[in-house]
Design a protein around this ligand. Structure first.
Ligand SMILES: Nc1ncnc2c1ncn2[C@@H]1O[C@H](COP(=O)(O)OP(=O)(O)OP(=O)(O)O)[C@@H](O)[C@H]1O
Length: 369
């Protein structure tokens, strides 16, 4: 794994403070196939590629010794090509798929020790899933579909109607409450699916490629919707996608998977600026770097009296915005944090980012798995 240092709390640690992770996953494996239990941790199979493992054992290691934390309030994106293990991994979080080995805790509670009732509670109240195929009930109205999760929780009719109306408005479906799913566009149906998950007010929303069936413009709309909701509510989100631009747009952090294992875990900026290996480098090679990388990575030390005056920008300013600020200033901009000048950016630094000449070999070492 890369730039994030992860502590290993005991699965029993009660997570009462806001700084504690929502999910803590350690050494997780999910192996499909005969005698799956023999695969995790077995030296004999450790060096085999996915294809070799399948050939030798008939097993598929869909999730392979994966460890990570999901922090409270973040959008945690799980990204990878088809078959890399994204869906399997996210389904193990609430044990829709039983892991083969490893540990998972949510809010400090050991998920693998939960009984049926606790699991039901976990899936209904704490970590609601938004699926790609919406899972809507065709004979129910939009409002009744949205209220469905509350209905199975036994919430009274008046209360669930009120709550459903509230979330219908929140996702921009006002006026469509009485329609049936077939009378809605794909994007609108996805909003119903999202509203239904939101109605139960879960601590975490788990999205399994929810927008991949939508056409690009509607998809963009839905991404904006998720960003807006996240900004308004700060709810923790785990979002699966195979689409890099979607991952970069939505993710606070991105976990890139390949053949069931983590290739890199970091912020979009860390992944684009410091790909952990050639696989990630290939993945991100067409990204417009100036739209992801901030001046924090581009600046140079101030020389002479540069630190004293000149236009100021914050360290989080994206290079694309800094280019405009530098052009307007006519010379350079100071990168200022809390009144302190951290460094300077001028045309030279910013162009180096655009041209991909800015990689810092030291950073790369830190980022390598
Ligand atoms: N029930 C199963 N039995 C056997 N193999 C499975 C099963 N479910 C998934 N796999 C295999 O596990 C691997 C990971 O699958 P998974 O669906 O998690 O990948 P993914 O990254 O979500 O792919 P996609 O983007 O296509 O949905 C694949 O090789 C898949 O064939």
């Amino acid at each position: 794994m890369t730039t994030t240092t992860e502590k290993t709390p005991s699965p029993e640690t009660p997570a009462t403070d806001a700084a504690a992770p929502v999910f803590t996953v350690r050494d997780l494996w999910k192996v499909f196939g005969p005698k799956a239990q023999r695969i995790p941790g077995n030296e004999e199979f450790a060096g085999l590629s996915a294809a070799e493992l399948r050939e030798r054992t008939g097993c598929t290691a869909a999730v392979r010794e994966v460890s990570f934390d999901v922090q409270r309030g973040e959008v945690f994106v799980v990204m990878g090509l088809s078959g890399s293990g994204k869906s399997t991994l996210v389904r193990t979080l609430t044990r829709l798929i039983e892991p083969t080995s490893g540990s998972i805790s949510m809010d400090g509670k050991d998920v693998l020790a939960m009984d049926k009732n606790e699991l039901r509670e976990l899936r209904r109240h704490k970590a609601a899933m938004v699926f790609q195929n919406f899972g809507l009930l065709p004979h129910r109205t939009v409002l009744d579909n949205v209220a469905y999760g509350l209905e199975i929780q036994g919430v009274s009719k008046a209360e669930r109607r009120a709550k459903a109306m509230e979330v219908v408005a929140k996702v921009g479906l006002e006026g469509l409450e009485d329609r049936r799913p077939t009378q809605l566009s794909g994007g609108q149906q996805q909003r119903v699916g999202l509203a239904r998950a939101l109605a139960v007010d879960p601590e975490v929303l788990l999205f399994d490629e929810p927008f991949s069936a939508l056409d690009p413009l509607i998809r963009r709309d839905m991404q904006e919707e998720v960003i807006r909701l996240h900004r308004e509510e700060g709810r923790t989100m785990v979002f699966i996608t195979h689409d890099l631009s979607e991952a970069l747009r939505l993710g606070d952090r991105i976990m890139l998977m390949r053949d069931g294992a983590i290739v890199q875990l970091g912020t979009p900026e860390e992944i684009v600026a410091n790909p952990a290996d050639d696989y990630v480098r290939d993945f991100v090679q067409d990204v417009a770097r100036e739209q992801v990388i901030s001046v924090r990575r581009a600046m140079r030390p101030a020389e002479g009296d540069e630190a004293e005056s000149g236009a100021a920008i914050s360290p989080d300013t994206l290079v694309v915005d800094a280019i405009e600020a530098v052009a307007r200033s006519g010379s350079y901009c100071r990168v200022v944090d809390n009144g302190r000048t951290l460094g300077i950016v001028d045309h030279e630094q910013l162009l180096a980012v655009v041209a991909g000449l800015d990689s810092d070999p030291q950073d790369k070492e830190v980022a390598a798995v």
